[in-house]
Design a protein around this ligand. Structure first.
Ligand code: UD1
Length: 338
């Protein structure tokens, strides 16, 4: 298939570009580089061994999106583009609603006009709110604890309404906690400023950019008192997109949600100690107060992805840490500017 990947220069998008090419698909990237660097593309071209066409514009621009679909004939779209920082979404909710919903509207319009019927969407386990664990795809209603999460829940609803009207087939991929990096160490997660998420923060402590990890609470009702999450290696996640794309035409309903997670919870301290093993020595940490809004523990029910997509997460927590560490060591300050 010829696949348009929106946000293809981002963390999960870039790994999925490689997985798509490895599975024999042709990829075209659209990315406005608002939260990624153009040097990602050069690395992808080296790893893929071929040029990757890139269109650098903001998808909320309806005219530019329309012109792209006029110029190229796509078989499918994998849609990653969007803002994703929880705290920022609370400070600038209008930016989040405008950007995340706007890009989806203009993509859907262009798809409907040009008869492109296949879409894979980057959703999040955040839409489960505080549903019973493990999270199952048939849980309702979807909810969210912040504007970022609401943009995901709202986009899912838009897809459910629009798909039947325009004959679309859409897979909603609900990610758990993506971590890790490409085993080459050439691409990985490159957060701008202070990392919000656990794994990039630990990696920056290990490389000496941060003095210590602050563990947000050790008085949760879990085995060691720290929060448990379902970490998934970004390479497994990328394969999940290929599996979903190739399954779209056979889906049991036009719009279907799939959890992409490993199905087990790992605590903050377990992940931290696994990272110490990858580095080969102890790292500094300190327990501080809880972060507002954090849930104690959640993980995925993985049955649907296994049974319908034939997909399971294969990489271990040690793989996730080893690959993150390789990426961080080779690129202590992330991707170069040029
Ligand atoms: C967060 C977002 C979620 C988003 C996901 C992926 C919140 C409340 N949730 O999930 O909506 O989809 O990222 O981007 O922000 N931790 C520390 N110290 C740190 C950082 C994190 O102890 O410096 C702990 C957290 O308290 C949490 C765990 O590590 O228990 C994982 O945190 P994080 O990586 O931010 O992911 P989530 O909170 O699960």
């Amino acid at each position: 298939m010829k696949v348009l990947v929106s946000g293809g220069a981002g963390y999960i998008g870039s790994h999925t570009v490689l997985a798509l090419i490895a599975s024999g698909h042709d990829v075209v990237v659209v990315d406005d580089f608002a939260n990624s660097k153009p040097t990602v593309i050069a690395r992808l071209e080296t790893l893929a061994g071929r040029p990757i066409p890139v269109h650098a514009f903001d998808l909320t621009d309806v005219d530019k999106t329309e012109r792209l679909f006029d110029a190229e004939r796509f078989d499918a779209v994998v849609h990653f583009a969007g803002f994703k920082a929880v705290g920022e979404s609370v400070e600038n909710p209008l930016d989040y609603y405008t950007n995340n919903l706007g890009s989806t509207f203009s993509l859907l319009r262009a798809m409907a006009r040009h008869d492109v019927r296949r879409l894979v969407f980057s959703s999040s386990a955040t839409v489960y709110g505080d549903a019973p664990v493990p999270y199952r795809e048939d849980h309702e209603p979807l909810t969210a604890a912040n504007p970022y999460g609401w943009t995901k829940a709202m986009q899912e609803q838009v897809f459910r309404d629009v798909a039947p009207a325009h004959g679309l087939r859409i897979a909603l991929l609900r990610y758990f906690n993506p971590v890790g990096a490409h085993p080459s160490g050439m691409i990985g997660e490159d957060p701008q400023g202070r990392p919000n998420n656990l794994m990039p923060f630990i990696a920056q402590v290990a490389v000496g950019r941060r003095p210590e990890l602050e563990v947000f609470g050790d008085d949760y009702p879990t085995a060691d008192g720290t929060c448990e999450r379902d970490y998934i290696h970004v390479e497994d996640l990328a394969r999940g997109h290929v599996a979903a794309l190739e399954h779209l035409d056979a889906m049991v309903e036009p719009v279907r949600a799939f959890n992409l997670g490993g199905g087990v919870g790992t605590s903050v301290l377990e992940l931290f100690h696994a990272f110490e093993r990858a580095v080969g020595h102890e790292l500094p940490y300190r327990v501080v107060g809880r972060r507002p809004g954090d849930l104690p523990a959640y993980w995925a029910d993985t049955a649907r992805a296994r049974e319908e997509l034939g997909w399971v997460a294969e990489k271990t927590i040690d793989d996730m840490c080893a690959d993150t560490w390789r990426w961080q060591q080779q690129n202590p300050n992330g991707f170069p500017d040029a």
